[in-house]
Design a binder for this molecule. Structure first.
Ligand SMILES: Cc1cc2nc3c(=O)[nH]c(=O)nc-3n(C[C@H](O)[C@H](O)[C@H](O)COP(=O)(O)O)c2cc1C
Length: 389
């Protein structure tokens, strides 16, 4: 059974729920490490009041016993603390009242799912769309990815993320190993390793917030310790770079993705794009460079995976854009829901965990077994085969 998950829950509902299926038994779950990922998602300079209300923690309600997976589906729950203010508005039973008491939304916000979702699902209260399309759902995805990265960690695979740019301010490429990058970005409220860039980004976020506007940016995820051969060239939907790209663009507000030198490949001759193949007895096959971000033919080539995603500016603006009221068809300025000015640092955490999930899924496709012991044996056997090749 391949690894899969589903999430459910609304931003002002009682909780987010995720079910993961396909994890092997005997994977030790570090609950603290799981909640650490959720807390990382809530931080970052530029976030609004909602993140101060929520103190996310995942409760595992199935599939884990005495600290280890049992092979059964793992069910996770993240409570929404804000729910207590929304029990009537978000009640699953019908409630009495007018638009105001139901907090009905009839002015769709540009840049959001509101209008498309309202038309598609024939919902005259756009709250039914925005409650689910909200990026609150990414908390569930982070929890799921946090479990995946624990599986990867058992095999020495590390995942890091950092912010490359915010609102046009570009950080210098971090020239450091993954452990130092993790340590440095963890200290930074904008998740950059360079203090001068951090200062300028914070200044820009504050100015943008004061102007009632928002800004986006670019985030990068790096995965090290990946064996050669995750993903496959033989079928389009087995190409791991393609699957990671889909997962990254599925994160709310992500509009593009690139691997390695990415779009710059279009500007260079082939000799400055492709990574030459080297061999040494100590390292086996490896590359002189990693311009292609760890992929050839939809498969990992043993170099770190380097993937970047671009996040558009947050669409909800305190200086709202024009929209049309779905009741009157009159032009209106869009309704404001509580919002962040910049969520790029938080999005970097989401991306890390989303990428970790895709890598773990491909890992289990290659080395899959019903228990961790079986996965380990398959992995060791493959490494032996590669070494003897
Ligand atoms: C971590 C994170 C936080 C976000 N916070 C907000 C927010 O506070 N306000 C907002 O309007 N959009 C926010 N977004 C973006 C919207 O959820 C997203 O733009 C919207 O759902 C429409 O989806 P699309 O941009 O992918 O088309 C956030 C996205 C992420 C990844």
């Amino acid at each position: 059974m391949s690894l899969r998950y589903l999430t459910a829950g609304e931003t002002h509902g009682p909780q987010l729920t995720a079910i993961i299926e396909g994890l092997p038994s005997n994977l030790e779950i570090d609950f603290e490490a799981l909640n650490f990922q959720l807390q990382r998602r809530q931080k970052g300079h530029g976030r609004g009041r909602r993140m101060q209300i929520e103190k996310d923690a995942a409760q595992i309600v199935g599939g884990v016993r005495h600290g280890k997976t049992t092979g059964a589906p793992v069910a996770l729950v993240i409570t929404n603390n804000d729910w207590k203010h929304w029990t009537s508005v978000m009640n699953i039973e019908p409630i009495e009242g007018n638009d105001e008491t139901k907090r009905r939304v009839h002015r769709p916000r540009p840049g959001h799912a509101d209008l498309n979702g309202g038309l598609k699902y024939n919902l005259k209260d756009l709250r039914n769309v925005l409650e689910r399309s909200s990026a609150r759902e990414t908390a569930a995805r982070v929890a799921v990815g946090a479990v995946a990265r624990q599986l990867l960690a058992q095999f020495g695979i590390k995942v890091a993320g950092h912010v490359v740019s915010i609102g046009g301010i570009v950080a210098p490429a971090p020239n450091m190993d993954i452990d130092e990058l993790i340590e440095r970005t963890e200290q930074s409220p904008v998740r950059v390793a360079d203090p001068e860039t951090e200062r300028r980004m914070i200044e820009l976020i504050d100015k943008t917030k004061a102007d009632g506007d928002s800004i986006g940016g670019v985030v990068e995820c790096i995965v090290t310790g990946v064996p050669i051969g995750l993903g496959s060239h033989v079928q389009w939907d087995r190409k791991l770079d393609g699957r990671i790209a889909q997962a990254v663009v599925s994160i709310n507000a992500f509009k593009g993705v690139e691997f390695g030198i990415g779009f710059d490949a279009a500007n260079r001759p082939g000799s400055q794009v492709h990574d030459e193949i080297l061999y040494s007895p100590e390292r086996g096959y490896h590359r002189a460079t990693n311009r292609l971000g760890g992929f050839e033919g939809g498969m990992t080539n043993g170099e770190p995976i380097v993937v970047r995603g671009v996040m558009k500016p947050i669409p909800t603006l305190y200086k709202p854009l024009r929209s049309v009221d779905i009741d009157t068809k009159e032009p209106f300025t869009a309704q404001v829901e509580r919002s962040d000015a910049c969520a790029v640092p938080a999005a970097s955490v989401v991306m890390e965990n989303v990428v970790a999930w895709e890598v773990a899924k491909a890992f289990l496709e290659k080395f899959g077994g019903d228990s961790m012991e079986e996965v380990r044996a398959n992995y060791d056997n493959y490494l032996r085969q590669v070494a003897e090749y």
